[in-house]
Design a protein around this ligand. Sequence first.
Ligand code: SAM
Length: 282
Amino acid sequence: MSRIDDLPPLREVIAAHGLSARKELGQNFILDLNLTARIARMAGDLAQSDIIEIGPGPGGLTRGLLAEGARRVLAIEKDARCLPALEQIAAHYPGRLGVVAGDALTVDPLAHGLVPPIRICANLPYNVGTELLVRWLTPPQWPPFWTSLTLMFQREVAERITARPGGRAYGRLAILAQWRAEARIVMDLPPQAFTPPPKVSSAVVHLTALPAPRHPADPALLSRVVAAAFGQRRKMLRASLRGLHPAIEDLLHEAGIPPTERAEQVPLEGFCALARALAAAL
Ligand code: SAM
C-alpha cells in the first residue's frame, strides 16, 4: 500500500492512544489511508476550500483531506481520547488543521474563522448523521454557508437522500435534499472497509448546494406538506393532507396532482406547486 504521509499507520495510532471503538459514539473507523484519500478527493476542489470534518476519530479521513491538499480542515470530535492523535496530525501540517473538542450538534463551526468556500466532508457517526444533514439542508437563508457536503451514511440512508419518486425510499429526506441541492451516491463501501465492521453497507453521498431552490416554495409550508403527505404515505393525498386546508382537493387540482395519488408518486415539483397553492389559500 502506498503511503499518503509520513505519520504512523492508523493501527499503530489506535494502539498507542488506546482508541478501542465505542459503539455509542458510532465509531467504525476507516484504517486504509488510500481509501480515505479517495473519499477526500470526492469533496471537490480541496486546495481552494476550508473543510469541516465531523468526527475525525483517529484521523484517517483528516489525513486524507490534508494529504490531498485541503487548504484548511476544522475537525470537531466528541471523544477526548482522540485529541492527542489529532494534535500529532496538526503538528505534521502546521497551520492547516484546527481541532475542536465537542459535540457537533452544539459546536458552531462558523465561530472558528473559516473562509468560504466551505465544504463539509465526514464519515459521520450514524447516530447523529441524519440530524446533522437535516440541519445543513434547512438553514434560515439559502444558499447555505457550505458549498458541498461529502458524507458517509448507511447505504439505506444514502438511498433515501437520492431517491426518485415511485419507491419506498422516496420521502422527506429526498425532497429536502433535492429541492435545493444536487445529491448523488459517489461511492459504495462494504462493512469490511471499517474497523470494527458495521452490520450494514455504507455509501458516500455528495451534495452540491444549488444557488436557488429548483422550484419556488415557502420552506416552512413545503416542509408541512411533505411531513403530512409522507406521515401517512399509504393514504391518498386527499386524506393524508386533509388537516392542512378544508379545500385541499381543490388545491391538489390546482397543483396538478390527482387527489387520489399517494405521496410516493408525486415529484418534487408537485409538492412545491402544492406548497404555493396552499400559501395563496391561507
Ligand atoms: N473519521 C473517522 C474515520 O473515518 O475513521 C471516524 C469516523 S466514526 C464513523 C465517527 C466519529 O464521530 C468517531 O470518532 C466519534 O467519536 C465521533 N462522534 C460521535 N458523535 C459525535 C458528535 N456528536 N460530535 C462530534 N463527533 C462525534
